[in-house]
Design a protein around this ligand. Structure first.
Ligand SMILES: Cc1ncc(COP(=O)(O)O)c(C=O)c1O
Length: 378
């Protein structure tokens, strides 16, 4: 049988989490919280289930939720979107990404991807016959050279995928980055996917530069979000996209056949829960404290701390400690030292090795304390 992804292996997240479980290691590899989801939100879902909200939702999502999101978008990004035509609720951000890529990338189409990149982008492009064109960003600053992007854009470029705040890089796009992207794509047919799943996890006074804030850029953008990241519930696989009507029409043509609609009671519950904006506006402070707790002690270790301004991931450089390539070092640390992380090389198609590992810090203080103890002793 012919493989459509002959060079794709099991995702690194599954590999490292599997290794962590096998060796009973502290798992800072995959990005999921080990603390509880809000009891209020859980109660709301239970209530909606008891009220009988258990059948198929409308294909684009429950309208109450889309209206609540439109309000949030207006407040945060000063953009008035029509909840009927510009928002669709998805089964997490990954399904939204796959649907968006499938809707707009065809055989021979080129998609520009900045690496390090979330691992679903390139396989989705390839499954649709598209060609990923990579721009490699380097630790510790991961600065984008927009002239290089300009050079890479060709008449075959149909899509550019950006991700801010960035997983795994922990960097954020600034206003000038977005303006440059807006300029480069003006008067083209390029669709931009703006992966903004960490929109509320941003620190050090940085402001999230959503593509929704840039009028002309928005006209060609599909912005992707994840309730799993925002409400500490990655297992629910709930997300949404925001895009102008002309792009949404195409998005929904695919969405209706790869999932049709998503979890009904959770959508109703989220519509109510979103009314209290503290439920998401409290996130920067909450996660900044966790980041600070995690990195403070590591300044006295052999690891070099790479600044993280957003997301709940911290990169640590181990070049003072070992010459081992990243995957080998991460495996060794999991098996021998009991702490699992993710090699950043797995976010590059060419497995670029910079001797850095990614640690997820959406964890209880006691989990982070145990990880710090291990890291300080290495
Ligand atoms: C950058 C990025 N995009 C998308 C996703 C997927 O989000 P979801 O769990 O909602 O599918 C993740 C999850 O780790 C991510 O880090």
């Amino acid at each position: 049988m012919k493989s459509k992804l002959p060079h794709t292996e099991t995702s690194i997240f599954a590999v490292m989490s599997g290794l962590a479980n096998k060796h009973n290691a502290i798992n800072l590899s995959q990005g999921f919280p080990d603390f509880k989801v809000s009891q209020e939100l859980i109660n709301l879902i239970y209530k909606k289930m008891k009220e009988g909200k258990n059948q198929y939702a409308p294909m684009p999502g429950v309208i109450e939720l889309r209206v609540a999101l439109a309000k949030k978008i207006k407040n945060l990004y000063q953009l008035q979107v029509d909840p009927e035509t510009e928002i669709t609720i998805t089964a997490g951000a990954t399904q939204a990404l796959f649907t968006a890529i499938t809707a707009f990338v065809g055989k021979g189409d080129e998609t520009i991807i900045f690496e390090p990149a979330y691992d679903s982008y390139a396989p989705a492009v390839k499954l649709n016959g598209g060609i990923p064109k990579y721009i490699s960003l380097e630790s510790p600053n991961f600065k984008i050279d927009w002239d290089q992007v300009e050079d890479l854009i060709s008449d075959k470029t149909t899509m550019i995928i950006i991700n801010t705040p960035n997983n795994p890089g922990g960097f954020v796009f600034e206003e000038e980055d977005m303006k440059r992207l807006e300029e480069l794509t003006r008067d083209t047919n390029i669709v931009v996917i703006s992966d903004e799943v960490y929109e509320h996890i941003i620190f050090d006074g940085f402001v999230h530069q959503s593509a929704l804030k840039f009028h002309d850029l928005y006209q060609r953008t599909i912005a992707v979000y994840s309730f799993g990241k925002t409400f500490h519930a990655t297992g629910w696989k709930m997300g949404y996209v925001v895009t102008p009507e002309h792009l949404m029409k195409e998005f929904r043509k695919v969405h209706q056949f790869n999932v049709f609609c998503v979890n009904t009671p959770i959508q109703y519950a989220l519509a109510t829960y979103l009314k209290n904006e503290d439920n998401y506006l409290s996130l920067p402070k909450f996660y900044e404290q966790k980041r600070d707790y995690f990195v403070k002690e590591l300044c006295n270790s052999q690891f070099k701390v790479i600044p993280t301004h957003g997301t709940y991931f911290q990169l640590l450089d181990y070049s003072e400690l070992s010459d081992k390539p990243e995957f080998e070092f991460a495996q060794w640390m999991t098996v021998e030292k009991g702490l699992a992380s993710i090699p950043v090389s797995s976010f590059y198609h060419d497995k670029k090795n910079q001797q850095i590992l990614r640690f997820a810090f959406p964890k209880k203080e006691e989990t982070l304390a145990k990880a710090i103890e291990i890291l300080k002793k290495i």
